[in-house]
Every structure is written in structure tokens, then in C-alpha cells.
Ligand binder design. Sequence first.
Ligand SMILES: O=C(O)C(=O)Cc1ccc(O)cc1
Ligand SMILES: [Fe+2]
Length: 373
Amino acid sequence: MTSLASFHHIQFVVSNALQASFWYCVHFGFERFAEKRASDYRQKEVAIRNGKIIFVFKCPLTPSVPELTDELAVHGDFVKDVAYGVDDIETVLAQVTAAGGTILKPLETLSDEHGSIRVATIASFQGDLVHTLIEDKESYAGIFLPGFTAVDDYPMSQRLGALTNIDYIDHVVENYAEHEAQPVADWYNQNLNLTRFWSIDDKQVNTGLSALKAQIVSNPSNSVQITLIEPVPTATKGRGQIQEYLDFHGGPGIQHVALNTHDIIAVVGELRHRGVEFLAIPDAYYDQLEVRLKKAGVNVEENLADVRKLQLLVDFDESGYLLQTFTKPVQDRPSLFFEIIQRHNFNGFGAGNFKALFEAVEEEQRRRGTLHE
Ligand SMILES: O=C(O)C(=O)Cc1ccc(O)cc1
Ligand SMILES: [Fe+2]
């Protein structure tokens, strides 16, 4: 069995690639660096990057691109493709075929004057999310993928300066309907050899208003981690955040992308300065946190006054801790958002933060008017 090797890039389908990519350049310090050559005048693709992280924005240019406009009409702007690097694409595809997975675009070699790359695209288990698999054995020397050419950065992001402390994609999270997450985990196991890394059930995560089940599947080196979440309907009359996502996104899909940093204090300070909005965490959380940390004898390197000011969440155990925070949804619909995470010898997912986090999300839902039916 072979598995995924790395997160390669994330492709969004949006109604306007120019504006969507600009938003990420200004707010998250990405630079526009490549654009697909106009092989098809009806659509456009723009690639932006921040360090190792690459996002691609694809949009229709005319009303007659049903493969884009049909899904856009359902989801609004959304993550269409989480693309993975693989070491041996033929073996992965043979595994997918044997497991009954769907190959949407069969193996092909993409080439230009800078070399070649082998790619194929498979369907995910459910919904419109797909996974492009990319094997780059020959160290392709072009700017991104064959067919893309370099472009100049936006003057605005040059003026704002690069935001260089964001390092790589830590994990992505996919939301599914009730009872669906386990079949998805089995699918990732059989098709892509991801195995269960961690899980949490609804009894541990229940605010009374919302509850969920989560599990993480990962590749053998844990460099690819995917959290699979499903809602657990609660007795109280509240629409949990996972159900809210499913209702507004229109089915299962990518809920958040977590970006790993080695300096969360600097990054979140700068993101806030650039206008990125984060979930609000009440002061009481920090009063309790200081007591809990002292009791557990955990030494947090960062200044706790900064942690409180930037409203970061902290989870910890005997051997380490993590700092994390979540943006508000990045489009009008309460669907996709981002996480900024820094780990100090801590591989968990901040389960100790779930209660504070869910209460903060419920506060946002209350504001949106989506918490109660
Ligand atoms: O599991 C993860 O990756 C988390 O970051 C925790 C989490 C779970 C559900 C949410 O709606 C938001 C955050
Ligand atoms: Fe996360």
C-alpha cells in the first residue's frame, strides 16, 4: 500500500478569481505568482502563494461553463480540490481502482518547456470535493504546473509586504452529514491508505446547543492530516455549527484549512492589522487558563498577555501545548474559514478548546440568526 506524500495545493472555484485572490493577497500576505495560459477563453485560473502554501482560484468567464457554474450556484465560492503530492501515482491509482473509487481524470503527463509532471484526479467519497494527485519525479522546473506562466505580484501586496511567518498547511477539515464520517474514513483508508490518528465523540464535545464527532486520518508520516467531522443533533433546539455548514454550503465539503506557523503571536497580530476577523474568546477563558496552566505545571513560552490580547486558544498535555485561533467565515456564507496553529510538541487537535471554541461559534451563529430554526 502506498499513500499521500504531501499537501500540494488547494483549488477554489469562485465567481471572480481576480477579487478572491486579491482578498488573500491583502489579508493573508499571499503573492500572485502564476496564471494559467489561456488555453480555454471561457475560464481562468490564478495561483497565489505564501511560502510553501499554494492556492489556485478558478472561475468561469462566461455563463456557459456548466462544470463550474452549476457547482458555484449550489455552494457559492468553495474549495473544489485538495491536491496531494504522491510518490508513485500508478500504485495509488491502482489502489483507488481496486477499492472501487472513481477516477475522474485518468493519468496524464503534463509537459511544457520546463519539464513534465504526471497527474490524475479522483472523486472524494461524497460531494463535489475532488483530489488531484501529482507525481513530480523529474523535479519540474516551471513556476507551478505545466501550462502556468509567471505573473507580477499585485502592487498592493508588494506595498503591504510579505507575511513570511506562515509555513505550511497543517491539516484540512471536511464536514459530513450525521453517520457519514465513518464511511468516509474507511474510504480514505482503502483508497489512499490513510489511517485513524485520533478521534473524539459527542459526549466529550457537547455545549448543549451543538455536538459533533470528529476523527483524524493521516498518512504514515502524519504530514497529511484530514479531520472528518459530523454533527450530532442535540436534544436542545439549536442548529449546531456542522449542520449550519451543511445547510449553507449545500452538502459535505471543506470546512477549514489550518495554516501552521512558528510565530503565531506575530502572524495573528499582523493578520488582525490587515483586517482578518477572528472568533472572539471571552476574557473569562484567560482567567481560567492561567490557573489551569499553573496547576498542570505547563510552561508556555509566549507572553500570556499577548495570548489574551490576540484571543488565542491554548490546549496542552504533559508533554506540550498548541496555540490556535479561527477566522470568521471568509465569504458571505458561513462555510469556509481558516485556522492559524502553532504546535509545541503537541499533535492533538485542541480538544481541550472545543467548549470555548463552540461557544464562540454559537455566539456568531446567534448574531447571524442561524442558531435556532
Ligand atoms: O478538528 C480540528 O481540526 C479543529 O480545528 C477543531 C474544530 C472542530 C470543529 C470546528 O467547527 C472548528 C474547529
Ligand atoms: Fe483544525
